[in-house]
Design a protein around this ligand. Structure first.
Ligand SMILES: *[C@@H]1O[C@H](CO)[C@@H](O)[C@H](O)[C@H]1NC(C)=O
Ligand SMILES: *[C@@H]1O[C@H](CO)[C@@H](O)[C@H](O)[C@H]1NC(C)=O
Length: 365
């Protein structure tokens, strides 16, 4: 039924803006003179989303039921160009400096298992692995390990996933300071968007207890990504779906995603059984979507969009951010009490994360 909602019906439920203001607002949120199908995906102003202004809800609901993603735009005090500049400077640092920040899988002298640098270029034949990632989380410090209170494996894991960030120490104090500031702020923007989106879903779908699953974000993660131009092509890199040469295989995400593609083309979303280029996130916006776990929790009332990145002839940069439920959130049941797919194996998100981290090389990096 949701799929048959028309613009007229949507207008009927719009309440907040005055009627004189409405046409301008509509044109901005939902351009009508569009050429491409994805030009009609909602573009929600950041401030209205964060202020929980209910007029944004039907637009988000419409995009999430028709396309599985939407845009957040007009983010105050945010510059994608600044992020891109610092991201590029980071990846251009001498290999020795980056080596010092590597996760312990790559540098056994280090303690950090999740946060930090992951070169990930060991296998040029793999579609998924040919990228560099710098992973940032929500924690800067953590309480000292207390063996008395960590009496179960789950408690130990809860402690482990709260791993503090590592930040570059290059000797260039100005760079180090600004890099950290830019990405700490960027992390906050994305987390705020993720949480405000969850609240909007809760309002639209009358699921008032949904936000309580996202109160803490022990394992939210932001990944700065560089996809270098690939020198070698092999048959694994072609899509099984339509034969297109890919950089990132077709997949759906798991939790809540806030993505920056800057001005880089390459991201394609599946719509009506065909992959189409998604408009870029640009200078002042983000692309937002949900993954399978969240889709199941909300009884599939919004969809997780299948997407991929096609091969492009330039070095491609992006930033992913994933907001997961909190560690002890029950993910086994949907909002109406149905068993979720994850629920066949797990009760709380922490258990899910444990297996997911086992496969972290595949997903985050
Ligand atoms: C994207 O392109 C626009 C228009 O050319 C430009 O103003 C903006 O700075 C670019 N932003 C980024 C992050 O590359
Ligand atoms: C922590 O406790 C376990 C038993 O609960 C014990 O085997 C282990 O040696 C302790 N570790 C430390 C560092 O005290």
């Amino acid at each position: 039924m949701l799929k048959t909602i028309t613009l007229g019906l949507l207008l009927g439920v719009l309440v907040a803006p005055s009627s004189a203001f409405l046409p301008d607002l509509l044109e901005k949120l939902w351009p009508q003179d569009s050429k491409e199908i994805f030009d009609t995906v909602a573009r929600i102003p950041y401030t209205d989303l964060l202020n929980e202004n209910p007029y944004v809800d039907p637009f988000i609901l419409h995009s999430m039921t028709h396309y599985g993603f939407f845009y957040v735009v007009d983010v105050p005090e945010y510059s994608a160009s600044d992020e891109l500049t610092y991201l590029q400077k980071f990846f251009n640092l001498p290999e020795g400096v980056k080596h010092g920040l590597e996760i312990k899988k790559h540098n056994s002298a280090n303690k950090n298992a999740y946060r930090g640098y992951c070169p990930g270029l060991d296998d040029v034949h793999s579609t998924l692995q040919f990228k560099n990632v710098f992973n940032i989380g929500p924690h800067e410090t953590r309480v000292p390990f207390n063996n008395e209170t960590m009496d179960s494996d789950m408690e130990k894991l809860r402690y482990e996933v709260q791993e503090p960030n590592v930040w570059p120490e290059t000797g260039d104090c100005d760079f180090d300071k600004h890099f950290k500031e830019v990405f700490q702020k960027g992390f906050e923007h994305r987390r705020s968007i993720g949480r405000a989106f969850v609240k909007s879903i809760a309002r639209s779908l009358s699921m008032p207890s949904l936000p309580s699953l996202f109160t803490e974000d022990e394992f939210s993660a932001m990944g700065l990504r560089k996809y270098p131009v690939r020198g070698e092509i092999n048959t694994n890199m072609y899509s099984d779906f339509d034969g297109t040469l890919l950089r990132e295989l077709e997949h759906v995400d798991s939790t809540v995603t806030v993505l920056s593609t800057f001005n880089n083309s390459g991201l394609q979303m599946l719509y009506k059984n065909e992959y189409r280029e998604a408009p870029v996130s640009g200078e002042n916006g983000f692309i937002v979507n949900i993954g399978k776990l969240v889709e199941d929790i909300i009884d599939s009332k919004m969809m997780s969009v299948r997407h991929r990145v096609v091969e492009v002839p330039f070095t491609r940069y992006s930033i992913t951010y994933f907001l997961g439920p909190q560690f002890d959130a029950d993910i086994s049941r949907s909002m109406t009490g149905q068993l979720t797919e994850a629920g066949r194996k797990y009760t709380i998100f922490g258990e899910w994360i444990k297996d997911y981290l086992g496969a972290i090389e595949l997903f985050y990096y």
